[in-house]
Structures are given as structure tokens and as C-alpha cells.
Write a protein that binds this ligand. Sequence first.
Ligand code: MG
Length: 371
Amino acid sequence: MYIKKIDTFPLLYRLPRRYGDANGMKSYRTCFLIRITTDSGIEGWGECVDWLPTLQKGFHERIIPFLLGKPIADRAKILQTIIQWNARSAAALSMALTEIMAKKSGISVCDMWGGRFRDKVPVYASFQSYSEDLNWQKNSLALIGQAIHAGFDKIKIKIGGKTIAEDQQHINSVQALLESKIDLALDANQSYDLAAALRWKSLLEAWPNLLWLEEPLKVDYIGEYARLRSRLNIPLAGGENIEKAAKFIPFLTGHALDFITPDPMHAAGLDGFREAGRLARCFGIRITPHTYDGALARLYALFAQACLEPWSKMEADGIEPVEWDVMDNPFTKLLPLSPAAGTIYLPSGNGIGVEPDADMLAYYQWDGSSY
Ligand code: MG
């Protein structure tokens, strides 16, 4: 079975109202899908994230000419080359080649990975809390209200982009809305140093519903993470931009995190992403995948969680939640999956069991203009 054809689907959506986090305001959302077709007609989909012109040029001028005619069974060898060229692109290829092998075998991706421990995985509603309105806090609370109404029981809110006083005022209002009935994660996007993070200590320790504090410090400061972790009694999470499972080892041996947060599109291929999950289990650490961009990548993260042994015997499922983008982003709906009561029931057909929405692929196709 050989690679006969590769199509690319660069998609762009310009946001009518910008939103953001401590890293700045976003004015667009993008998506980049590929579809590999084999000589026997089997198709597999993949997704990666980067600037669209980089991906489009990279695929059409270098990666696709290299891949045409290559055997599907050479997945590892193919990925080794592509990771050297452009690690982000390798994520898409690893997904598409995985799906093709599963379909060829007449089984689901999960079955190919050894089978599921569970058929559903919890998701949390992930917000970009800042907007350009003077009354950004009111906007944020309205969006959170919608997510609660939609059935989410876990949410993640941004901090770190305003003064600590303003962010704390916002989170106090959020907590009043949640009434401790909804679990809350806070994400500072690496905004603080140890002293600034500790200014949250008394509030954090007064709240009973905190899931974790995400990336309070720069990700390189492993020792400072360990110090902060020893001084706070809430879990610390981080690592969404770490590309290789091995790079989590210093965090794990340094007792610096309670949750690692690898992203299937930031890791150089699905194998590295899944290795990070297994590594976390080896060290007794939890994993909550970062999947802010990408409906297909998110589905693979959900599959990986479904196939991971439970972290605990305390809960029925014992599996950590996956990020679900609830902001204005049409690409969240590219696949026919939507959470009910904060849970995704996984498709069970051959391969990934679902297909991207063809009308959306056509409607949002990037026209090559700058953005
Ligand atoms: Mg984050």
C-alpha cells in the first residue's frame, strides 16, 4: 500500500471580535488539514498547526513530492525524515498514516493502540478571558454562563495578562458565579515569577474547586516550579509547548508539576505525544492534554486518554480531562462531536470513525491572502 495523493486544506477564520490571553489578542483562527489517499483508495486525515503559508509551501514544494510513492508501512522512517524538516508537519502525517493503517486492518485507532479503558472522556471548557471591551470581565462572565448552561462542569480561565489585582477581581467574580459547583483551572501562560505567583496563595488556598494552576512561571524554571509546588497546596500544570516526551523528564524527576499538558500538534508526531502520557503514568503524575487548536488533534488526544490506564481508583473512569475550546472558532465543529454534560462519547468506527465536514472545508478555505 503506497501513498498515491496528498491534499491540503488550509483554513482561515478572521475573528469579528478579538479575544486573547496573557500572550496577546488573537484576530484570526486557522486550521491546516491534510488527506492522504493510498493506491488502494484508503484515506487518512491529519492536522498540524503553524503559519498557513509555511505549511502550504512546505507541503507542496517539499513534503508531498518526497512522500508520493512511499509505502504506508514505512511510517516510522517517513516521520524520522519529516521531523528533521519540519516537526509540526510530522504531527499531521503521523495522524493520517495511523488512520490508514487502522482502516486497512478494519479496526479503530484505539483498537490499534491496544484498546480503550473507557468510551467517554471528560472535557473542560477553555476560555480566552480577555477582550478589547473596557468591561472585559462582564464579557468573560457572560461566556462562562453560556458554558455552564451548555453542561460543562469544568472550566479554564486566563490570568496573567492584567495586574494581579484586576485578575483577582475577575476570578473572585467568576467564583461567585460558579458557587463551587463547577471546577476551575487558572492559566497564567508563564506570566509570573515565584514571588508574583505566591501573591495568589491565600486566594488559591481558600477556593475548594481548583483543578490546577497552569504555567504560572516560565517553563524553563524547573527549580522554581518545584519550590512553588512545595509552597502551594493546589496542583501545578504545564508543558504545552514541550516537543518531546524526554523533555518532560526533568519536570518529573524534579517534582515540579502535578499535571503535564502535552499537545498532539506541538509534539513531533503522535508517538511522542503518547509517550508523554505513558511517562506521566510511570512517575505517578497526571496528564491533561493541551488541545486549544484543532478538532482532529483533539480527537486524537481524546483517543489517547481513552487508551490510558486510570490515574486513580477513586473515580469511576479515573481519567483526566481534555481541553475543549469554547471561544468563537468554527473549526471546533469540523468533526461531528460535541460535549454533553462535559463529556465526549468517542466514535467507534474504523480509523477515527468520523469525517471532517466537507462544506466547512470549502467555506473556510484560505485564499492565500496575508493575515
Ligand atoms: Mg495553557
